[in-house]
Design a protein around this ligand. Structure first.
Ligand code: CA
Length: 233
């Protein structure tokens, strides 16, 4: 499917941001429909069935998180949240209840387009059941069938948990995974020590991948939110 077939709903009450975002997406070959509040966006979900939603959290009629809850009750459409720095806790809540990713305002247009592309691609591989068998990024190769990881051809020995974290995140490359997303996926539930356990595993994993703090070659630390594996594009 080519880009220009994708329909994107942009829900944002700030007219300037809305029109800039719409213009950038149209320039990149997407079809754009816009809404200025939650109820308009809900109507458009039904009438236009968009392929992706870009959602501001601070909307005049209701909170954007309400839109996410409602939409998630019937649709798996990728939702990209636009958040102001002051929305920190809303942003994490939004991701935990089913938003796929977030972009913090002010954001660069290149970043926006990259996030849209990553979210659409993950949605397509998931819905077609067609996960690829390998993941490649900066010399790292994950062989999902053999549960095997190499960097520049050298095997990296990981524990089951470390592998599971890496594989899960690579399946969603380009998108942030919150602590809760990862914990639920790997351990099935969150106990009191879950975040600590995740951080320890993540530190070991990053060490085995040969990266020091601040090195974003493989795993990016999204402070206070979670982790992201770079999108190989
Ligand atoms: Ca707003």
């Amino acid at each position: 499917m080519s880009n220009n077939k994708y329909k994107i709903l942009v829900c944002e009450d700030d007219k300037n941001i809305r029109s800039v975002v719409a213009t950038v997406l149209e320039t990149n070959g997407y079809q754009v429909i816009t809404a200025g509040n939650c109820s308009e966006a809900e109507m458009m979900m039904v009438s236009y069935v968009p392929d992706l939603v870009i959602l501001d959290l601070g909307l005049p009629d209701r909170d954007g998180t309400e839109f996410i809850r409602k939409t998630r009750s019937y649709s798996g459409v990728p939702i990209l949240v636009l958040s102001a720095r002051t929305d920190e806790s809303d942003k994490i809540e939004a991701l935990d209840i089913g938003a796929n990713d977030y972009i913090t305002k002010p954001f660069g247009m290149g970043e926006l387009v990259a996030r849209v592309r990553a979210a659409l691609r993950t949605a397509n591989t998931t819905s077609s059941g067609g996960y690829s068998e390998h993941f490649e990024l900066n010399g790292m190769v994950i062989d999902y069938g053999r549960r095997h990881v190499t960097i520049d051809g050298n095997e990296i020995k990981l524990t089951q948990t470390e592998y599971n974290i890496l594989a899960f995140m690579s399946r969603h490359s380009g998108q942030v995974m919150t602590y809760t997303n990862i914990i639920n996926e790997i351990w099935g539930h969150a106990d009191l020590n879950a975040i600590k356990k995740l951080q320890v595993n993540m530190a070991n994993l990053r060490k085995k991948l040969g990266t020091k703090p601040g090195d974003n070659r493989f795993i990016i630390n999204e402070l206070g939110v979670g982790y992201r594996i770079q999108d190989p594009m």
